[in-house]
Design a protein around this ligand. Structure first.
Ligand SMILES: Nc1nc2c(c(=O)[nH]1)N[C@H]1C(S)=C(S)[C@@H](COP(=O)(O)O)O[C@H]1N2
Ligand SMILES: [Mo]
Length: 320
């Protein structure tokens, strides 16, 4: 039986190249039941939109003019309704289901090889951090892209607060785990919770950003409220949403997608148009909300800021 053919009736999203994986027969059958539930949730009445976010008064924040775009911003209406957030479904219309996420109280734990382990209340963290707005490109590994105004703070500021010890080499990020709220987390063949990782050098690069807002407002839930990672020179799956734990370690973290399909998704995941994904080319991208296709840029156009990190790395698979 051709498993890949079978997947076509399991996928509501036909145009986008899905990040999906090869599943065995048992998983496909289990997925069918879930697929029915997803369709039903798509037809469900739209949930009441966000209760007032207590951080609303902090925004808009001052734009950092250093980060310029070579293209138009993606319209808020479009970007807000086309989101990868597997906790709330494997399709792109995750925004209605994501409204179930409770974002207060919310804490972020810093632990591992650091001098200042602590659990921070999100509103205390927001008060401590220097908030700014940055216009960044975003390139999903599925070959679509957008450009958005994030608000937030440099990840380097959080690293400073944690006080890494000399042995710490990597940072491991973890998303919440609550299958009662996030229906996708009942799909037990995925390795929940979603995990991502960076080297400490990447994390302290000027571009690495923790987003807490977008379009001059607190982050809507579908974008990964109340705080998510943004690494614009890497494929979008590195930008882990709704972070609850940040651990400093001397071991390279294994990320969610790498755990599922290590032949297709690696640790580094830097954007490179000349290194194809195993199932599709990466040379160009479809610009979300337009008919445009653009040539994809090395490091998604951020070569100047990040190429130095990788210049002496040999034998590493830097681009998938
Ligand atoms: N926790 C979590 N974070 C995640 C994902 C996810 O499914 N769960 N999807 C990733 C992928 S593949 C992309 S492209 C971006 C999408 O971000 P956006 O919805 O804000 O555009 O989030 C990333 N972060
Ligand atoms: Mo993605």
């Amino acid at each position: 039986m051709n498993i890949l053919k079978k997947r076509s009736w399991d996928l509501p999203e036909r145009e986008a190249t899905p990040e999906h994986i090869f599943m065995n027969r048992r998983q496909i059958l289990a997925g069918l039941a879930g697929g029915g539930a997803l369709l039903a949730s798509g037809l469900a009445p739209r949930p009441a939109f966000a209760e007032e976010d207590p951080s609303a008064g902090l925004y808009p924040v001052k734009r950092n003019a250093a980060y310029e775009l070579d293209r138009d911003l993606t319209a808020e209406e479009i970007a807000s309704k086309y989101n990868n957030f597997y906790e709330f479904g494997t399709h792109k219309q995750t925004w209605p289901a994501a409204q179930k996420l409770k974002i207060r109280p919310w804490t972020v734990t810093l632990d591992g090889m650091i001098d200042n382990p602590q659990t921070l209340d999100i509103d205390d963290l927001l008060a401590k951090m220097p908030l700014e707005e940055r216009l960044y490109r975003h390139r999903c590994v599925e070959a679509w892209s957008m450009a958005v105004p994030w608000s937030g703070f440099p990840l380097a500021e959080l690293v400073k607060l944690a006080g890494p010890q000399s042995g710490a080499k990597y940072i491991r990020f973890e998303t919440f785990f609550d299958p009662a709220v996030a229906n996708g987390q009942n799909q037990s063949w995925y390795p929940w919770p979603y995990v991502e990782g960076l080297t400490l050098e990447e994390a302290t690069n000027e571009l690495a950003f923790m987003a807490t807002g977008i379009y001059g407002k607190p982050l809507p839930k579908q974008f990964g409220a109340p705080v998510r990672l943004v690494t614009p020179w890497k494929y979008g799956f590195k930008c882990i949403k709704s972070v609850v734990k940040i651990s400093f370690t001397d071991e390279r973290p294994v990320s969610f997608w790498e755990e599922i399909q290590p032949q297709e998704y690696g640790f580094w995941a830097n954007v490179n148009p000349s290194v194809p994904h195993r199932r599709w080319p990466q040379s160009s991208e479809s610009v979300l909300g337009t008919d445009e296709r653009r040539n994809t840029l090395l490091y998604n156009g951020y070569e100047e800021q990040v190429a130095g990190i990788y210049k002496d790395m040999t034998g590493e698979l830097l681009f998938f």
